[in-house]
Ligand binder design. Structure first.
Ligand SMILES: [Zn+2]
Ligand SMILES: [Zn+2]
Length: 357
């Protein structure tokens, strides 16, 4: 099997340059303490961190800095990476998704389908969402955003309880978003990432102490996106080359998402074998039958999803190998009834479709 290099990292962070509480040196220090391999930062409407030179290697951590775009109504948040300029503030979302695409930068639709229950949710935090994701320029979406998940799960009643356990509350990605993701992939390619959307907001407790909730270090130990790259990130490369390895891997979807509160996911593998060739997440091929393989570093409850429906379940297992027919496959793994690992898709197209074309 072709060698792949695995990197664990976090996507979507805010510093003092927008509404986060940490400076770049502090955030980089926290990321190093929890041994991230890469970190993608995205302050609102500014590339100040990049301009000040915080991108690149920091010992064994590679940092890349993009930014989070929002429209004048503060909706349709869109992460842009591999971009060198901040686009004009007055653009509509239809305009900025096109502008990001024009610059060959990577755009990621942030916290799509965010909702609130008006009766029970915390006042003062309206949902920030996307009215639709049905634009051909949207090729990558956040399927699991930790901050957004917390806001959706938190009510006036449970707010202290949930604030005290910022990682334990997390269940799994939103069902309606996963359904949209699967059905979109029937007709085009949309890859998924998991993100932390960390701010480490400082709140006053008893009006005296100022404490950061959802601290950087805590959030960096929650939802991660693991990348399987074909070439290694290297100090011999330029920063631009390393950045392209990361962004191209995300774009291709050779990656999976895990809440590491449920266990270190390093070593998870999902691939398909057809005619002595192996296909990885994000790949597409023509065939009639193939072997589907899943390997886990720890025991879990495995679901194989085909064309948006659960087609196989394996309880308490460290892996599966089964024969499958054409379809669009992805894997979900739970541990202790909570979401742990979510893969990107592998698509086996019916070889008869190829003949028609
Ligand atoms: Zn946002
Ligand atoms: Zn954000």
């Amino acid at each position: 099997m072709k060698k792949l290099y695995e990197y664990t990292g976090c996507i979507h962070g805010h510093s003092i340059y927008s509404d986060g509480s940490g400076t770049y040196p502090e955030i980089i220090g926290f990321a190093q303490e929890v041994r991230l391999d890469y970190l993608l930062m995205s302050d609102h409407m500014t590339l100040k961190g990049k301009e000040e030179g915080y991108g690149g290697w920091h010992d064994s951590l590679f940092v890349h800095i993009g930014y989070e775009i929002q429209d004048p109504e503060d909706q349709h948040h869109y992460l842009a990476f591999g971009i060198d300029e901040v686009l004009p503030k007055e653009l509509t979302h239809q305009e900025y998704i096109r502008e990001v695409e024009k610059r060959n930068a990577l755009g990621i639709a942030a916290h799509p389908f965010e909702e609130r229950d008006i009766k029970t949710s915390l006042p003062g935090f309206p949902p920030i969402s996307w009215t639709t994701l049905d634009y051909s320029e949207i090729k990558v979406i956040e399927i699991w955003n930790m901050m957004s998940h917390w806001m959706e799960e938190t009510t006036l009643k449970n707010r202290y309880w949930n604030a005290a356990r910022p990682r334990s509350f997390a269940k799994s990605p939103k069902k309606n978003l996963m359904q949209w993701w699967d059905s979109a992939n029937l007709s085009r390619k949309v890859t998924g990432v998991g993100s932390v959307d960390v701010h480490a907001i400082k709140v006053k407790i008893l009006g005296i102490f100022s404490k950061a909730i959802f601290h950087y270090k805590v959030m960096f130990k929650s939802i991660r996106t693991y990348l399987l790259t074909e070439e290694p990130l290297s100090k011999e490369n330029t920063d631009k080359q390393n950045e392209q390895i990361i962004l191209n891997t995300i774009r291709h979807g050779r990656s999976y998402i895990a809440n590491i509160k449920r266990g270190d996911a390093s070593g998870f593998r999902f691939w398909m074998e057809h005619n002595d060739q192996n296909f990885q997440m994000g790949d597409e091929f023509f065939g009639d039958r193939a072997m589907l393989h899943v390997q886990l570093p720890l025991q879990g409850f495995i679901k194989i999803i085909c064309n948006g429906k659960v087609c196989h379940i394996e309880k308490k297992s460290k892996g599966i190998s089964i024969e499958v027919s054409p379809g669009i496959y992805r894997i979900e793994v739970k541990r202790k009834r909570r979401g742990w690992i979510y893969s990107n898709h592998i698509k086996m197209r019916d070889k008869n479709e190829q003949c028609v074309e």
